[in-house]
Design a protein around this ligand. Structure first.
Ligand SMILES: NC(=O)c1ccc[n+]([C@@H]2O[C@H](COP(=O)([O-])OP(=O)(O)OC[C@H]3O[C@@H](n4cnc5c(N)ncnc54)[C@H](OP(=O)(O)O)[C@@H]3O)[C@@H](O)[C@H]2O)c1
Length: 365
C-alpha cells in the first residue's frame, strides 16, 4: 500500500496532544500498513510560541521542547495568525486536502472562543479539523458543520465526550437511520471520582486535589465541580444528535460544589448514590437539557460507576436504549480520540480522486 501523506499542524500542545504524538509513533507500522503517513508541519501554544516547517518537524524534538518548556520558536500572536501563516507555508497541501489542524486548546466556557475561530479559520483555509475541545461543537456546531461540508473537509471531535470511547463515531458510523430521542449519563470523570472518594470518607477538597494532581481535572477545576464541563458535553451531544441549537448556557445546570462528605454518606445510608447526571431529551421541536447531582437507586446502571468511569444511555426510536460505558478514562484515551478522528480523515482523503488505495475499511463518513 502506498502511504498517503497527511500534514498535521497542532494548535495547543499540552498533555493530550503530546500523548497523541506518542501514540502516532507507537502505531507507525499500523499506520503504514493502512496507508497513512502522518507528519508534523506546525505547532503552536501561548507559552511555547510557534513553529512551521512544510518539510516536516521532528516529533521527538517537539515533545522535548514542550516538556522542557524550551519552546518552539517566536511568540504566538494568536491562533488565527498561526493558521494564516500555515496557509502561506502549506498552500498546495491545503488545496489538496491533506492538512489536518489538530486543535487541543482549553475550553473557554464564556463564549467558546478562540477555539471556535480556530476551527472556522482552519476549515476556511482548507484544513480538516480534529479537536478534543468541547467548545466548537458546544457553541457553534451547526455553523461549523455547515462550513466543513461547504469546504468538503472533516470537522471531527470524538474526544469532546467520553474521551476516546466511540460515542459520536458509533452513532454516525453504525446506526444509520436510527433517531435519537434523548440521552442520560455520567460524563464528567472528575466529579464522579470525587463523589466516589467522598463515599469513602474523603473530603471534597482532598478528592479534587487528587484529580488535579493526575491531570484529569480541567485546568480550571470550577469547570468540573460547577457542572460546566458536563453542560458543554451535553450541549455537544444535544446539538449533534437532537438538532438542538444550544450552548452550554442553555443547559439547566447545578454542580457538586457545596456537597459534603456527609451528604454523600447520607445518600449511601439510604441505599442510594449521588451522581452528577447529564441528560437531554426532545419533545416535538423542543430540546431540554440539564446537569445536576441526583440520588440514584442502586439498580440504576449509572449508579454502578465508580471513580473516573463514565457511561451514557442513549434512547433511540428503533433500538430502545443503548448503553455505552467507559471503564478506564484518562489522557491516553483522549489522545486515542484524535487518533481515531485522524483515521476517519484518512479514509476520506483516500476517496478523493488520484489517492492511492488503502487497506482501511471503506467507512461512510
Ligand atoms: N485531559 C483530559 O483527559 C481531557 C479529556 C477530554 C477532553 N480534553 C480537552 O482537551 C483539551 C486539552 O487538554 P489538555 O489536558 O491537553 O490541556 P493542557 O495540557 O492544558 O494543554 C492545553 C494546550 O492548549 C494551549 N492553549 C490554550 N489556549 C490556547 C490559545 N488560545 N492559543 C494557543 N494555545 C492555547 C496550551 O498552551 P500554553 O500551555 O502555552 O498556554 C496547551 O499547550 C482541553 O480542551 C480539554 O478540555 C481533555
Amino acid at each position: 500500500v502506498t502511504a498517503r501523506r497527511l500534514d498535521l499542524a497542532f494548535l495547543g500542545f499540552g498533555q493530550v496532544a503530546r500523548a497523541f504524538v506518542r501514540h502516532l509513533a507507537n502505531r507507525a507500522e499500523w499506520l503504514k500498513d493502512v496507508g497513512i503517513s502522518p507528519g508534523i508541519v506546525g505547532a503552536a501554544t501561548r507559552r511555547l510560541g510557534w513553529v512551521i516547517d512544510a518539510g516536516g518537524l521532528d516529533p521527538s524534538d517537539l515533545l522535548t521542547r514542550s516538556e522542557s518548556g524550551r519552546g518552539f520558536g517566536p511568540a504566538l500572536t494568536d491562533g488565527p495568525t498561526f493558521i494564516h501563516d500555515l496557509q502561506s507555508a502549506l498552500g498546495s497541501a491545503l488545496d489538496e486536502g491533506r492538512v489536518v489542524l489538530v486543535e487541543s486548546t482549553l475550553l473557554n466556557i464564556g463564549d467558546g472562543r478562540p477555539a471556535i475561530d480556530h476551527v472556522r479559520d482552519g476549515l476556511s483555509a482548507g484544513a480538516h479539523v480534529i479537536t478534543v475541545n468541547k467548545a466548537p461543537a458546544a457553541f457553534a456546531y451547526e455553523e461549523l458543520a455547515a462550513l466543513a461540508q461547504a469546504r468538503d473537509r472533516a470537522f471531527l471531535f470524538e474526544g469532546a465526550v467520553m474521551d476516546g470511547v466511540p460515542v459520536l463515531n458509533l452513532v454516525r458510523e453504525t446506526l444509520p437511520g436510527v433517531r435519537i430521542t434523548g440521552f442520560r449519563g455520567v460524563i464528567n470523570s472528575t466529579t464522579n471520582y470525587m463523589l466516589t472518594e467522598m463515599e469513602r470518607g474523603r473530603s471534597f477538597d482532598e478528592a479534587l486535589t487528587e484529580m488535579q494532581r493526575r491531570g484529569i481535572a480541567e485546568a480550571d477545576p470550577a469547570l468540573d465541580v460547577d457542572g460546566w464541563d458536563a453542560a458543554a458535553k451535553t450541549a455537544v451531544l444535544a446539538n449533534v444528535w437532537l438538532g438542538a441549537r444550544m450552548t452550554p448556557h442553555d443547559v439547566a445546570r447545578r454542580g457538586i460544589r457545596g456537597l459534603t462528605t456527609g451528604d454523600v454518606e447520607a445518600a449511601r445510608s439510604r441505599g442510594r448514590r449521588l451522581r452528577l447526571i447529564a441528560a437531554a431529551s426532545r419533545t416535538g421541536e423542543v430540546v431540554s437539557a440539564r446537569v445536576g447531582p441526583e440520588e440514584l437507586s442502586e439498580d440504576d446502571p449509572l449508579a454502578q460507576l465508580d471513580g473516573q468511569q463514565n457511561a451514557l444511555v442513549i434512547a433511540t426510536d428503533v433500538l430502545g436504549r443503548l448503553s455505552i460505558t467507559e471503564l478506564d478514562a484518562g489522557i491516553e484515551q483522549t489522545a486515542y480520540a484524535l487518533f481515531s478522528d485522524l483515521t476517519s480523515v484518512a479514509v476520506r482523503v483516500r476517496r478523493t480522486p488520484g489517492s492511492p488505495p488503502s487497506a482501511l475499511r471503506d467507512r461512510t463518513l
